[in-house]
Design a protein around this ligand. Structure first.
Ligand code: GLC
Ligand code: CA
Length: 556
């Protein structure tokens, strides 16, 4: 099946809870999305990805599903969904849902049944183990969200595995019945006409059944070697592709947790028939040294260039990536990689230039199109994210960091940064809702909002529009071969890309100073395709890049 539509497309991720609230209960919803479809279309978006919209007790905001085929009542009804899908398609866009198949909610009927007895037919939908000799958990595995990955069930005196919160028991993919249940749920949505799935933590679905203790190495290494890439993961994914995805004009986008550039081909090489593309964590975690809230390093451009190059080389013609600089699990991209004060507008635009000219499907996250920034939460009472709360509570016990330092870490890296309500206007709560929003709105909404930026032709928003539109006209943005210049320069990122008879040069200044770049003489004819400044200073055989200036030139 020819599926190239997703390669050149731009994916826009919606975090429904924070996107737009149509009934003013403080929670974004499906009708809120419908109201904004024309806005999304005006951005030149091709594919909408919705974070989970299924029934859920919301321990992890929908990533804990209690019914895979029902809509979360707070978000609306199945009729609302059908209308959303229809209206999305009518505008020539596609809709992709979030499949959370590594675990479900402990309030899913499968788990409620499984807990009833060891003989319950659903028992084997989950991973149960006897306690260790001392009565403690079966091994030393840690949850991604802190604490042991095992929870004791008093009634049956066994532990169950949960790689995330204890309300997210891991599903047992060894059991063919469980796999069929997941495939049936996928078919339910695909039959309605959805265009694919983003697959949550999919590399974790096959467990090492001997449950070996994790070695004493960094958490990332443990994820790669112990939690992810289990012995049967490729068998399952291939089965899912053959039995389900191949029967529809649909694609899968994997969250590549635990996948590195060497193992990625095993998942996305199209000959293997597993997944269509993935986004990896090397860029998203490039400032996180040893797990969230622990050690952080300053942003290092050379490191970022190296990561881009490494993945490009590894997957050359053998697989496809989606490239993301932010999503609902990370702090805001302009605050992390750009400059969210003096050069806020320039750096937000420059980052988009970089992202949109890397090979792969462009994956942007809601609010980045207006340069939304990190938020400061003043006390732990304002924090909503379960990962941040768990970190905070565990820290109260270990006293590793002071209370203030723990909150500072949450403000710097916590997931709530990306989850604050979208800032539509300068009206109450940024126009998101007139009710009390479930998470605080960033106080800068009076300045940073869609309405303001609609009116300003030089806004970040209008720059996104120009760039996403332009990107459709050039294959070289998406498919081109790279040649890098000034690779070792830690302040600028310069590359030429060639595809068929298209050739572009991209020059990006990641610093707050002017930078002269020489080596321009080879270029005979230049035409500016996009520039985040009014001007480009060319002097002789080079150019001067202003702070956070970014340009795309067409060259001969
Ligand atoms: C993924 C999601 C994240 C969620 C976790 C558990 O990483 O993106 O938001 O908490 O999986 O489902
Ligand atoms: Ca609502």
């Amino acid at each position: 099946m020819e599926l190239s539509w997703f390669k050149k497309g731009t994916i826009y991720q919606i975090y429904p809870r924070s996107f737009n609230d149509s009934n003013n209960d403080g929670i974004g919803d499906l009708r809120g999305i419908i109201e904004k479809l024309d806005y999304l279309k005006s951005l030149h978006i091709d594919i909408l990805w919705l974070s989970p919209i299924f029934s859920s007790p919301n321990d992890d905001n929908g990533y804990d599903i209690s019914d895979y085929c029902a809509i979360m009542p707070e978000f609306g009804t199945m009729e609302d969904f059908d209308e959303l899908l229809r209206e999305t398609h009518q505008r020539g866009m596609r809709l992709v849902l979030d499949l959370v198949a590594n675990h479900c909610s402990d309030e899913h009927v499968w788990f409620e049944e499984a807990k009833k007895s060891k003989n319950n037919p659903y028992r084997d939908y989950f991973h149960w183990r006897k306690p260790a000799q001392d009565g403690g958990p079966p091994n030393n595995w840690k949850s991604f969200f802190g604490g042991s990955a095992w929870e004791f069930d008093e009634a049956s005196e066994e532990y169950y595995l949960h790689l995330f919160t204890k309300k997210q028991p891991d599903l047992n993919w060894e059991n063919p019945k469980l796999r069929q249940e997941i495939y049936d749920a996928m078919r339910f949505w695909l039959d309605k006409g959805v265009d694919g799935f983003r697959m949550d933590v999919i590399p974790l679905i096959s467990k090492r059944e001997a449950y070996p203790d994790a070695p004493n190495v960094g958490f990332r290494k443990i994820i790669e070697d112990v939690y992810a890439n289990g012995p049967k993961v490729h068998e399952y994914l291939n089965e899912m592709k053959r039995e389900v995805v191949n029967h529809y004009d649909a694609f899968s986008l994997a969250e590549g947790v635990g996948i590195n550039h060497e193992t990625a081909g095993l998942y996305v090489d199209c000959d293997r028939e597993e997944l269509d593309m993935l986004y990896h964590f090397d860029i998203l975690e490039c400032t996180i040294v040893n797990g969230k809230f622990e050690e952080v390093s300053a942003f290092d451009l050379t490191n970022m260039k190296t990561i881009f190059k490494r993945w490009r080389d590894a997957l050359h013609e053998k697989g496809w990536l989606a490239n993301a600089l932010g999503n609902h699990d990370f702090a805001r991209m302009v605050s992390r990689f750009g400059n969210d004060t003096k050069y806020w507008s320039e750096s937000a635009k420059m980052l988009l230039i970089m992202q949109a000219t890397q090979n792969g499907t462009l994956n942007i996250y809601q609010g980045d199109e207006i340069g939304m920034t990190n938020i400061v939460l003043d006390s732990i009472e304002e924090v909503r994210d379960v990962q941040s709360l768990n970190f905070y509570n565990e820290n109260l016990k270990t006293k590793r960091y002071s209370v203030n330092s723990a909150l500072e870490r949450i403000n710097k890296e916590g997931r709530d940064n990306a989850r604050t309500p979208l800032q539509w206007s300068d009206e109450i709560n940024g126009g998101f809702s007139v009710g009390e929003p479930w998470l605080k709105v960033n106080a800068n909404y009076k300045r940073i909002n869609v309405k303001n930026q609609e009116q300003d032709k030089n806004s970040i928003l209008n720059f996104y529009r120009r760039l996403l539109k332009t990107r459709k006209q050039y294959d070289v943005f998406v498919y081109g071969d790279f040649e890098e210049l000034e690779f070792d320069n830690p302040n600028i990122y310069i590359y030429e890309k060639t595809y068929a008879n298209e050739k572009i040069m991209v020059a990006l200044n990641f610093s707050v100073g002017d930078i002269d770049f020489k080596g321009f003489s080879a270029i005979s004819n230049i035409e500016i395709i996009l520039n985040n400044y009014e001007e480009l200073v060319i002097n002789g055989d080079g150019m001067t890049l202003k702070p956070y200036q970014g340009i795309i030139l067409k060259i001969d």
